[in-house]
Design a protein around this ligand. Structure first.
Ligand SMILES: Nc1ncnc2c1ncn2[C@@H]1O[C@H](COP(=O)(O)OP(=O)(O)O)[C@@H](O)[C@H]1O
Ligand SMILES: [Mg+2]
Length: 402
């Protein structure tokens, strides 16, 4: 029997004690992989022995429910789950991606929120779904946006998990209501800021030298006063096609301007929220279709622009008129939202699709080598050509768990 194809899940330690995020998720993927005929292991750039092109990888033993280390050759396929970190570990990841860019990656790094916005804003079909967005260079940029939109969000371009976000609302008396989530995700309670003091408030927001975007704010407060939005997971399937795996609603905790689960938000089925927010079933299906078309379109376009991609999660807002807005694109999505929303089947599909896609990609690559592929080699995974994100010097990735 031929050896099973191997998939290496590339991740990063979170600290010097070699703690890993999402280990239980990788354990589940290992078990699903085994059933599908794919051998799965987990590694970080720090486990690579470059002198010998070997990896001291982590294997999950489903029967014994334990992890163990084994030395292995490089995997045939790599699934990159690395999220941005401010550490030397992240620098070593960039070096790894550069050095081993010729290997077959299911997904290449995406870019920060501002670059993604600019890329998507060039496509006419996405125009009506993108909130007005500009880069923050000076407080004036926020004031200009506030003249046109009564509500504005200020967000770090490499932010994740709802950190460092400010919400500014223009009030009838000319002052502003300002509230947010600071860089440690603590709730910043609302306060009134007189017009002439807004620039000082904005200048003092950033203490870490981050860059920010200024974005038209959507009115997504439920009658309860809590904000809500949607998390849509778009993935490649076992036929190499983009599909929407699921979409769940998220409701923020009281006094929060964000809905992120790690910030205390809770997940609910999309239909529950839409019934409350929009009403009629016919409108709801129409909105779902619009959102799904947008999701698949965005995934396709970003793959074409930045190279191989196997999944994306979109943060969507749906306003009172039923219009669908794209708030953010997450290249390294968590899937727990579906468990919390009570959608176990969706969760399971969300775990198995990248593995089914990996097997499809592996087959395509073999067919391409023997000249039998229906696909041009370049579209059977970007392992054939290392694309530009690998050589970029700026952090080429905003990870986003949530
Ligand atoms: N333009 C906006 N209008 C209304 N709410 C927003 C807007 N942008 C972000 N939010 C809220 O803040 C949350 C976090 O913002 P997001 O852009 O997804 O950044 P992060 O990478 O930190 O998740 C969103 O899920 C949403 O609840
Ligand atoms: Mg988000």
């Amino acid at each position: 029997m031929a050896a099973q194809p191997t998939l290496g899940i590339l991740t990063l330690y979170l600290n010097d004690r070699k703690t890993l995020e999402e280990k239980p998720v990788y354990a589940k993927m290992t078990a699903i992989g085994r059933k599908l005929g794919l051998s799965v292991f987990v590694f970080t750039p720090d486990d690579v022995d470059e002198s010998d092109d070997r990896i001291h990888a982590m294997f999950y033993d489903s029967a014994a429910r334990t992890w163990e280390r084994r030395w292995v050759r490089f995997p045939q396929l790599i699934y990159d789950r690395c999220r941005i970190q401010r550490s030397s570990r992240f620098d070593r990841l960039l070096a790894f991606r550069r050095k081993y860019g010729h290997l077959t990656f299911l997904n290449r790094p995406l870019r920060n929120k501002w670059t993604i916005y600019r890329t998507l804003s060039k496509v006419p079909a996405f125009e009506s779904h993108l909130p007005a967005t500009r880069i923050f260079e000076a407080p004036q940029d926020v004031q200009t946006m506030l003249r046109k939109h009564s509500l504005v969000y200020v967000k770090p371009i490499n932010g994740t998990g709802g950190r460092g976000i400010l919400r500014v609302e223009r009030m009838k008396d000319g002052s502003y209501a300002v509230q947010g989530r600071d860089h440690s995700r603590r709730i910043v309670s609302p306060r009134r800021v007189p017009k002439d003091q807004l620039p000082a408030v904005l200048r003092s927001w950033d203490k870490r030298g981050d860059r920010y975007i200024v974005q038209q704010g959507l009115h997504i407060r439920l009658p309860s006063g809590r904000v809500h939005d949607y998390r849509m997971l778009v993935q490649k399937n076992g036929e190499g096609e983009w599909t929407v795996t699921g979409c769940a609603g998220r409701v923020g905790p009281p006094r929060s301007i964000t809905s992120n689960l790690h910030g205390g938000g809770r997940a609910v089925p999309m239909s529950t929220l839409l019934r409350e927010w929009i009403g009629g079933e016919e409108r709801i299906s129409q909105i779902r279709r619009t959102a799904e078309t947008l999701g698949v379109g965005v995934a396709r376009h970003l793959e074409r622009t930045y190279g191989a991609l196997c999944e994306l999660a979109l943060d969507l807002a749906i306003d009172r008129d039923g219009r669908v807005w794209l708030l953010e694109v997450n290249p390294k999505p968590a899937r727990e939202v579906f468990i919390q929303a009570g959608e176990r089947d969706v969760y399971r599909t969300a775990l198995s699709r990248p593995l089914e896609y990996a097997l499809w990609l592996h087959r395509q690559r073999r067919l391409a080598r023997t000249g039998k592929s229906r696909m041009p080699a370049a579209s059977a995974g970007a392992g054939f050509a290392a694309r530009s994100p690998l050589s970029g010097s700026a952090p080429a990735e905003f990870g986003a768990a949530d």
